[in-house]
Design a protein around this ligand. Structure first.
Ligand code: TXA
Ligand code: MG
Length: 477
């Protein structure tokens, strides 16, 4: 175990910190976003140490910090005009740019990628420290991997004491969420890989070109390659408190009412509850740590108001902290889902019912209720009729493979039943085919996979236009 030095932001201490770093050590430093875990970006051994101290998978690249814009040329092989303009506008500040890397930068620092993510942080002490180091400083957030990011030196000490050489004990971070990561490898088409406090609107205003979000940001991370985010870090369950967290989405009033109701139920059950009803980027991670310190059994949190880019950035962290455990509230009537199975799909039914109820749907379980053996066509038809008669908005049917019962459902006029096997199919079933029923197989899927697929189907929006025509044709058949 190392002795972790606690250093001040005085010149002599910054000098000491720089010497430790140049000697291959690890030094945590303050920034305006979150604390970083500094290592010499050109030293592969130091990068390995940083991964080990955090317990972080080594395919997740580190952000490289510089103190002067000219130093961009020390780490990036190509620096387009857009990058210089953005640096001028936002540095020092919470914008990280992904550019082709220089060959001297070791693959250990960039997680094996041919690009580097680089930024200039806004902290006078840290800029001085980097300058004194005379090198670029790689710096992932200074937390144990998977835990909430640290926004004060005390958080860093709690996570990494004994695992790193020193902490520069500076100010509490006033940004509170990590920098915006912007892919500039195609400078005419910048894309945000991790949303942050520098928004697409702010970037567009400087570059004059449209800024897109990596489409993977809108989806729950999954093993499916079609869902893989471009910033490797975005695929991990992240920023997680110890207690399970539930995220309430909807209108502010509905959210507050739903949290109140759930709070009462949890307290009655003897649970220790931590509520985050007005989440703010600056304090969100600190609140998660507070919940842990209080030994909370469950965290109930309100999603930020939708519609703003800043809200989207905060929600990105909240979704990960909650492990995508979302409850949608309000919108007047609860949406109704009917579900039916035969003996082959029986193992999937109860977990799905409980999950859907927890998500706020009104679920009608049409059977079977025990493990009796039945003929699936009867159950497929029963559920389909429930949907076309308007007693339910959507239907789910389950059998051994999902095939037979799905065929049965599709015999009923007005039903568009799709079988869900992969996340992509689940997305398309809604997006392009407007499926009002789905079928799944109990002999090919585990309950958790079935839940994931059904969630994707339910949470995807229908795409209209040319698809409406086709759906209308199907309905006429
Ligand atoms: O605000 C911040 O950015 C903080 C402070 C310390 O500067 N740093 C930070 O680093 O959040 P870290 O390592 O926890 O997150 C880096 C993110 C990860 O999601 C990683 O996958 C992505 O940036 N990233 C790094 N290099 C990349 C690259 N070359 N291409 C794509 N994504 C990259
Ligand atoms: Mg991090």
């Amino acid at each position: 175990m190392l002795e972790t030095l606690l250093l001040s932001t005085e010149d002599a201490d910054l000098q000491k910190a720089a010497e430790i770093l140049k000697g291959g050590g690890l030094v945590a430093f303050p920034t305006e976003t979150v604390y970083g875990l500094g290592a010499d970006a050109f030293d592969p051994e130091a990068a390995k140490k940083a991964y080990a101290a955090k317990g972080r998978p080594s395919d997740n690249p580190l952000i490289v910090h510089i103190a002067k814009t000219e130093d961009l040329y020390r780490v990036a092989a190509e620096v387009p005009g857009e990058a210089l303009r953005l640096a001028e506008a936002f540095w020092p500040g919470p914008l990280t740019m992904v550019l082709p890397k220089r060959p001297e930068l070791p693959k250990e620092t960039t997680g094996g990628l041919s690009t580097v993510a680089v930024r200039m942080p806004k902290s006078a002490a840290t800029l001085k420290f980097i300058e004194l180091c005379g090198t670029a400083v790689s710096g992932p957030s200074a937390n144990v991997s998977g835990r909430p990011s640290p926004t004060s030196w005390l958080h860093v000490k709690n996570d990494l004491d004994g695992r790193i050489d020193a902490i520069i004990c500076g100010d509490t971070c006033d940004g509170g969420i990590e920098s915006t990561v912007l892919d500039l490898t195609d400078p005419a088409h910048p894309a945000i890989l991790r949303p942050g406090l520098v928004t697409p609107e702010m970037i567009s205003a400087v570059t004059g070109c449209e800024v897109s979000y990596d489409p993977a940001l809108f989806k729950k991370p999954s093993e499916d390659p079609a869902f893989r985010p471009k910033a490797p870090g975005q695929k991990y369950r992240h920023y997680a408190p110890k207690a399970p967290m539930v995220l309430f989405e909807g209108d502010t009033e509905d959210i507050q009412a739903a949290i109140k109701e759930r709070l009462r139920a949890e307290l009655e059950a003897g649970k220790k509850v931590f509520v985050i009803d007005r989440p703010q980027p600056r304090t969100f991670f600190a609140r998660l740590r507070e919940a842990d310190a209080q030994g909370a059994d469950i965290i109930l949190a309100a999603a930020p108001e939708s519609g703003s880019s800043l809200g989207f950035s905060l929600e990105n962290r909240m979704l990960k902290a909650a492990g995508y455990n979302i409850i949608r509230v309000g919108g007047g009537q609860k949406m109704k889902i009917a579900i039916a199975c035969d003996h082959g799909g029986f193992n999937l039914k109860q977990p799905l019912v409980e999950h859907l109820q927890e998500k706020g749907y009104e679920v009608t379980d049409l059977g079977i209720y025990g493990e009796e053996r039945v003929d699936y066509p009867e159950y497929g038809k029963k559920c389909a009729e429930y949907v076309v008669s308007g007693q339910a908005d959507l239907g789910i049917v389950l059998c051994g493979t999902g095939i037979g019962i799905g065929i049965a459902a599709n015999k009923v006029h007005g039903i568009r039943c799709a079988e869900l096997v992969t996340p992509f199919m689940a997305e398309m079933a809604k997006k392009h085919n407007h499926a009002n029923m789905v079928s799944l197989g109990g002999r090919i899927l585990e309950p958790q996979q079935a839940i994931e697929l059904v969630d994707i189907w339910l949470d995807t929006e229908e795409e209209h236009g040319r698809h409406d025509r086709r759906v209308a044709l199907l309905d006429e058949m």
